[in-house]
Design a protein around this ligand. Structure first.
Ligand code: CAO
Length: 248
C-alpha cells in the first residue's frame, strides 16, 4: 500500500514560455521562496475550511476618528481594534487558540500572541505581537507600526515571527470583498480582513446604511468545526460593535 503521506503529485509542467512571446526570467526572492515552501505545505497538509461573514464597524470608525483627532501622535487604523476583538473571541473559543503538536495532542494556549501578515518588498512576513490581551489599543497600534516598518526595511528575526497563536491578514487598505487565507501552521486558524464599505441593510423594516467589514476565516477542520467558526465570527462582530470596551 502506498504511503498516505505521499501526495503522488504529477511533476511541475515545463513549458518554453519564450516560444510564445517575449519574457523576463527572474529568480524567486529568497523570502518568498522560503515562505512559499511553508505555504505549500500548509495548503496540502491542513484540511482548510473557509467561513465568510461581515461586521458593522460604523461606531468603531466614528470612535477611531474621534480618538485620532484627540491623539494625533499615535494614529489608530481599524487593525488594532480587529486584533483586540480577535483576542476577546479567542478567550471565548479556546479551540482557536490551540495547536496540534504532531503527537496526538491539542495544545491549548493560555497566552494571546497574534501574528500580523505584513507585505514587504521581499515577500510576506508575519511578525508576532505578544500578550495582546495585556496591551492597550494604542500600544498594539504602535507595535504594529514599528514591527511592520522593521519588516519592510531591515527584515525580522526568527524569534520575532515565532510563537503566534492565530494570525490576522488585513488587505483592508486596498480592497476586496473576501479571500481564503492559508493557515500559518502550527496555528489552526487565520482571520482575513478586506475593505470596509458602506452597505444598505434592513433594520426593523427600515433600510439603513452601515459601515461593514468583511471577515474571512480559514480554519483547520481537524480541530475546529463549522459551528465554532460561525460562532467565532459572530462573536468578533459583537465585540467590534462595542468598540468603547476595547479602548478601556
Ligand atoms: N477597511 C477600510 N479601510 C481600512 C481597513 C479596512 N478593513 N484597514 C485599513 N484601512 C485604512 C486605514 O484606516 C488607513 O486609512 P486612513 O489613513 O484614511 O485611516 C489605510 O487603510 C492604510 O492602512 P495601513 O495599511 O497603513 O495600516 P493597517 O494598520 O491597516 O495595516 C499592515 C498594517 C502592516 C497589516 C498592512 O500595511 C499590510 O502590510 N497588509 C498586507 C497583509 C498581507 O499581505 N496579507 C496577505 C497575506 S496572504 O498573501
Amino acid at each position: 500500500m502506498s504511503d498516505p503521506n505521499d501526495l503522488n503529485l504529477a511533476p511541475w509542467p515545463k513549458d518554453d514560455f519564450a516560444a510564445y512571446g517575449e519574457v523576463d526570467v527572474q529568480p524567486i526572492p529568497r523570502i518568498q521562496q522560503l515562505v512559499g515552501s511553508f505555504l505549500g505545505r500548509n495548503w496540502v497538509r491542513i484540511p482548510h475550511v473557509f467561513h465568510q461573514d461581515d461586521a458593522d464597524i460604523t461606531g468603531l470608525d466614528e470612535l477611531r476618528k474621534t480618538v485620532n483627532r484627540d491623539n494625533p501622535e499615535t494614529k489608530l487604523t481599524p487593525l488594532p481594534f480587529f486584533i483586540k476583538a480577535m483576542v476577546e473571541t479567542l478567550k471565548a473559543y479556546p479551540q482557536f487558540n490551540a495547536s496540534l503538536d504532531g503527537d496526538g495532542n491539542i495544545v491549548y494556549k493560555k497566552y494571546f500572541h497574534v501574528g500580523v501578515a505584513v507585505d514587504t518588498p521581499g515577500g510576506l512576513l508575519v511578525p508576532v505581537i505578544r500578550d495582546c490581551d495585556k496591551k492597550s489599543i494604542h500600544e498594539i497600534a504602535a507595535e504594529v507600526a514599528a514591527i511592520s516598518e522593521k519588516a519592510r526595511t531591515k527584515g525580522l528575526s526568527t524569534a520575532e515571527m515565532a510563537g503566534g497563536c492565530m494570525t490576522i491578514s488585513s488587505l483592508g487598505h486596498i480592497g476586496g470583498t473576501g479571500f481564503t487565507p492559508i493557515i500559518n501552521a502550527p496555528q489552526v486558524a487565520i482571520l482575513g480582513i478586506t475593505k470596509a464599505e458602506w452597505k444598505p441593510v434592513v433594520r426593523d423594516g427600515e433600510v439603513v446604511t452601515e459601515y461593514r467589514v468583511p471577515l474571512s476565516l480559514s480554519y483547520d477542520h481537524r480541530v475546529i468545526n463549522g459551528v465554532d467558526a460561525a460562532k467565532f465570527c459572530v462573536k468578533v462582530a459583537e465585540v467590534l460593535a462595542q468598540p468603547q470596551l476595547l479602548l478601556d
